[in-house]
Design a protein around this ligand. Sequence first.
Ligand code: SF4
Length: 417
Amino acid sequence: MLNLRRISHETKTRDMSTAIDTLLNDSALDAGLHQIAQAVQQEKRLTVEQGIYLYEHAPLGYLGVLANFIREKKHGDKTYFNRNFHLEPTNVCLYTCTFCSYSRRIKKREDGWELSLEEMMEIIKKYDEEPVTEVHIVGGVLPQYDLEFYSQLFSQIRAHRPDLHVKALTPVEYHYIFKKAKVSYEEGMRLMKEAGLQSMPGGGAEIFHPEIRDQIAGGKCTGEQWLRIHEIWHELGMRSNATMLYGHIEEFKHRVDHMEQLRQLQDKTGGFQTFIPLKFRNQNNEMSHLPEVSAVEDLRNYAIARIYMDNFEHIKAYWPMIGRTTAQLSLAFGVDDIDGTIDDTTKIYSMAGSEEQNPALSTEELVQLIKAVGRHPIERGTLYNVVQDYQDFDFSQQPKKVKKGFVGLPVIDKTKA
Ligand code: SF4
């Protein structure tokens, strides 16, 4: 019997190589881009200078060919998503990052929310009947959310629902709470693991270079400290993700420096799973005077990330931040993961002016979104274990389930901010 999947995969592999060959045979291609295309074809690592060269000179179509070549070599058409929800303890924060649209300062704390341990567990319990596999916990930094609080939260979640993966907090919170508790990073991360923390999301990275970091995120952990906390976590045998906030006051060289530092740590530990470029959105923050970059720049950035980060397995587009259409397009520019169903449980991006004001997609909608651009939808667990292959899945055969109302967070009246 003919193996149609294999034939289609072989045809695709030929198409990918042909596309790069066509680029290489193009006499109009400049020498720098020719050299980079050759390096990609031969699976050679790009230098920092070549990374910057791509940002400065590479056209979108060229980047798409190279990034898609790498994406399909690694994953074929497979496109990952998960079923998750966010739990945000507070949006009051003692830091004052200039790009942040989400936080409220302590003197305006009545405009925000501060959930107790009991309230957070109640939210967790509302998902008891839902087939979610992950809770993503992140929020502002406040003294009462300390080592003791998070230890209790993680252990209570794990005791209540052992199959729910706890992905929580970033080095921004950990740096603060470990300092306050007077424990080293090593000791702190070990305590978090013992309490039930299973992986770390990639937030708080912003741009590592102090020239930029000091201006947009002064006061919180440095780039070095961010990297060190991830390194310690990886040394404990655990996994994490990494982000980069782009499209504000940084220059291309800062983006490449950021990716280079991550690439070097990944060489050392191998503990990162996914790189997630995050687009700066300009509403309701102190950098509202800056224009946002275009969707073309978003796609170029995904593609360059895929080409440059050769030791990262996955590149993720966070659909609530860039909208569904750009997320679909990104799948042809190196992206192989579009995050999760989310269930309208985060306000971080809607408050910054993203297209998705109530980010929630049903599993069927996410699957359709991926299939509509010819990709193969796979529901994954947090650690990329396959939960369900949706390529031939028949939703009409599933019992219709009445969905409970989503768990809403308090909506802030921004005119009072
Ligand atoms: S980005 Fe994070 S640390 Fe910075 S102000 Fe916002 S919530 Fe606080």
